[in-house]
Ligand binder design. Structure first.
Ligand SMILES: Nc1ncnc2c1ncn2[C@@H]1O[C@H](COP(=O)(O)OP(=O)(O)OP(=O)(O)O)[C@@H](O)[C@H]1O
Length: 321
């Protein structure tokens, strides 16, 4: 089942065309990450899906409803949860009072204390909102997003300002929500967060979706070349190696790029052992999600207008660069 359908979505602010025909779908029960550089239009897209912002053109369906239609939008409020970048809360209410007050807006909210527990704010339940730290405030935002027991949860940069351990806890909360059947639409600038959470990913640049897939396949990552690196053993030359090193040296390291590294590694290690030596600092790596993401978005920063037409064709082959 599909939770969200977006087709040909367009939005212009004045003369600034922010969305120039966005298409994507979110499957029910998945965590979908919408990525893109600052100002790419992620928040605008989310706000359109949430019914807080109108669209100029295109089809948008959220849980079978059109957030652009007032009646549908009201129904959606009951069925979706939001964790926004800046949420207005009463500074003099306590954490528990704030969550309880929000719970009152829904017909079938979750238990308030269970939600406090879920987001790790038990010790701060009596603290006033104004006395919370930045990270604790974001946890409260998360609590407010989930207290209505939403079918669909929007998370706009949910862990910005969290310390590493709080991020891990927030990820656990998000995974638990997915396990309980909640569909989650997420924006984030942290690629480790995408790797840890997302089932599918779409990247917005230059007003369009320029890449989509899973964290493992985005931008051809799964078929990218593996990069083998090691230190040339003392007294040997690159030409002595049993395989051709495509790049002579990178710093002090020899670099070899191959599609499938098993056989090459075998012949390299065999060669080294026969010579009674070792391959110091040996590593085998494929591009990380961050490498791939940066390459996708950088190529759009270079030639925005041309790139938008034939995005794939213009990008250099990241697996070999
Ligand atoms: N109400 C508005 N009026 C005019 N321009 C706007 C408005 N809201 C957003 N913009 C512009 O639209 C563009 C997209 O903004 P948006 O907030 O959707 O980007 P984003 O991808 O969420 O960015 P970030 O990663 O920085 O949060 C930006 O250039 C922004 O300045």
């Amino acid at each position: 089942m599909t939770a969200v359908v977006v087709e040909g979505l367009q939005k212009t602010y004045g003369s600034h065309e922010v969305l120039r025909g966005i298409d994507f779908t979110v499957t029910e029960g998945e965590i979908f990450a919408l990525l893109g550089p600052n100002g790419a239009g992620k928040t605008t897209t989310l706000e359109i899906l949430e019914g807080f912002r109108g669209r100029d053109k295109g089809r948008v369906e959220v849980l079978g409803l059109d957030p652009g239609v007032p009646g549908d939008s009201r129904q959606l409020r009951e069925r979706m949860g939001l964790v926004l970048q800046d949420i207005a809360v009463e500074p003099y209410l306590s954490v528990r009072e704030t969550i309880a007050r929000n719970a009152g807006y829904y017909r079938a909210p979750r238990d308030v204390d269970e939600v406090i527990e879920l987001v790790g704010l038990r010790e701060k339940r009596a603290a006033k909102v104004k006395d919370l730290s930045g990270g604790q405030k974001r946890r409260l935002d998360l609590a407010l997003g989930v207290v209505g027991d939403p079918q669909l949860l929007f998370l706009d940069e949910p862990t910005t300002g969290f310390d590493p351990s709080a991020r891990r806890s927030a990820w656990e909360v998000v995974r638990d929500l997915r396990a309980s059947g909640t569909t989650i639409v997420l924006t984030t600038h942290y690629m480790d967060e995408v790797q840890a959470l997302a089932d599918s990913v779409a990247v917005i640049a230059d007003g369009r979706i320029v890449e989509s897939g899973t964290p493992a396949t985005l931008g051809g990552r799964d078929s990218a070349f593996a990069r083998i690196r090691f230190e040339l053993p003392p007294g040997t030359e690159v030409s002595d190696l049993p395989v051709r090193a495509s790049t002579a040296t990178e710093g002090a390291l020899v670099t070899i790029e191959v599609e499938e590294p098993t056989a090459v590694l075998h012949s390299l290690t065999d060669w080294a052992l026969r010579r009674g030596t070792t391959l110091q600092r040996l590593t085998v790596e494929r591009p990380s999600l961050e490498d791939v993401y940066l390459e996708i978005t950088r190529s759009f920063e270079r030639e925005p207008s041309q790139q938008s037409v034939t995005a794939r064709g213009h990008r250099p082959n990241r697996s070999r660069s």
